[in-house]
Design a protein around this ligand. Structure first.
Ligand SMILES: Cc1ncc(C[n+]2csc(CCOP(=O)(O)OP(=O)(O)O)c2C)c(N)n1
Ligand SMILES: [Mg+2]
Length: 327
């Protein structure tokens, strides 16, 4: 059977998934442009992880589940319900930015409306927080599932081990994710961890751990689907290590050509997950060249409009400085 069909998603849903992954790429390209021309201060980019993030988010019930993302998860939060304009409001630091009303750095996503919980720049602090959110489901007898993500470098923080241990002990309805792009800024994976795969840390805390290729939309979606179902059915947490690429530098403040070879960068770009997904959809009859063109045009219009609208919004006022912060 064709691969995409195995997901059980309808043709419309698969096309929406493709459009969402492409939205993530095109919007991120816009964010880079805005940084480069000095209209925004910073960008940290999920290029290379879009397909995996769509597959991950689609496996949840986005009308009731909770999500504690990290800074590279723009495409995941878009899939969860945030809009291109919401993201742009955050990058411009506008008063109406749903993530923090312009208090946080760009890419620190949050949305009360969509149950996306804002995170700290101190990496992985969302992990222990997520155990509280998940424990809340048990204490309040609700059946929501919690999703939390971090990078493979940040997964070596002490509180990540504490969070996973607590989740195992309490059998929490929680899906732990490590997005492994093989770099923590300039530090390569062989200097980050000594085990073969980070997924092995799940069983160390008493629950399953899987490694999945984030370029494989169907495999990623199905792995998450199972984890969500298990969490919802009181079978406890799962750790999923998603292998992705980091196509860009760590952020707009560094240059990865200084610490990665030209060959490595070229090899990575040849295996761009978005191209792999597009190729697969063309082959399996979901997409045509004309349809791709149509989607590209729709996204271009959407992102242009969102940029103009977000940029025209007011900045936070000096008088509001002590609002929307812990004071
Ligand atoms: C506790 C802490 N230490 C260091 C930093 C600086 N820092 C920000 S991102 C990052 C690398 C994270 O790498 P990884 O977890 O692999 O995530 P990626 O950025 O690759 O997605 C570091 C060291 C920080 N924000 N917080
Ligand atoms: Mg990393």
């Amino acid at each position: 059977m064709e691969k995409i069909k195995q997901t059980g998603l309808s043709k419309e849903e698969v096309l929406e998934a493709y459009k969402m992954a492409l939205r993530g790429r095109r919007l991120d390209e816009r964010l880079w442009q805005l940084t480069r021309i000095g209209k925004t201060s910073f960008n940290i980019s999920g290029q290379g992880a879009e397909v995996a993030q769509v597959a991950m988010a689609l496996a949840f019930d986005r009308t009731k589940d909770y999500f504690l993302p990290y800074y590279r998860d723009m495409t995941a939060v878009l899939t969860w319900g945030m809009t291109s304009k919401d993201v742009l409001l955050g990058s411009f630091g506008k008063a109406d930015d749903p993530s923090s009303h312009g208090r946080q750095m760009p890419n620190h996503y949050g949305s009360k409306e969509h149950r996306i919980i804002s995170h700290s720049s101190v990496v992985s602090t969302q992990y222990p927080l997520s155990t509280g959110v998940a424990y809340g489901a048990i204490l309040s007898k609700q059946d929501y599932v919690t999703l939390v993500t971090t990078g493979e470098g940040s997964a070596n923080q002490g509180e990540v081990q504490e969070a996973m241990n607590f989740a195992g002990v309490k059998n929490l309805p929680l899906v732990f994710v490590i997005e492994n792009n093989k770099y923590a800024i300039s530090v390569p994976e062989n200097e980050q961890y000594a085990i073969e795969q980070m997924a092995d840390r799940g069983p160390a805390y008493g629950f399953p751990g899987y490694r999945v290729d984030g370029r494989d939309f169907a495999a990623t979606y199905l792995t998450f689907k199972q984890a969500v179902e298990d969490a919802r059915n009181k079978k406890g947490p799962t750790l999923i290590e998603v292998m992705v690429e980091r196509l860009t530098s760590h952020s707009s403040d560094d240059d990865q050509t200084v610490y990665r070879s030209k060959e490595e960068l070229e090899e990575m770009k040849k295996n761009d997950s978005l191209a792999v997904f597009q190729e697969q959809l063309l082959k399996e009859g979901y997409l045509t060249e004309e349809k791709i063109e149509e989607i590209e045009q729709e996204l271009k219009n959407e992102i242009n409009q969102a940029t103009d609208e977000a940029e025209a919004m007011p900045d936070p006022t000096p008088e509001s400085i002590s609002e929307n912060v812990w004071a």
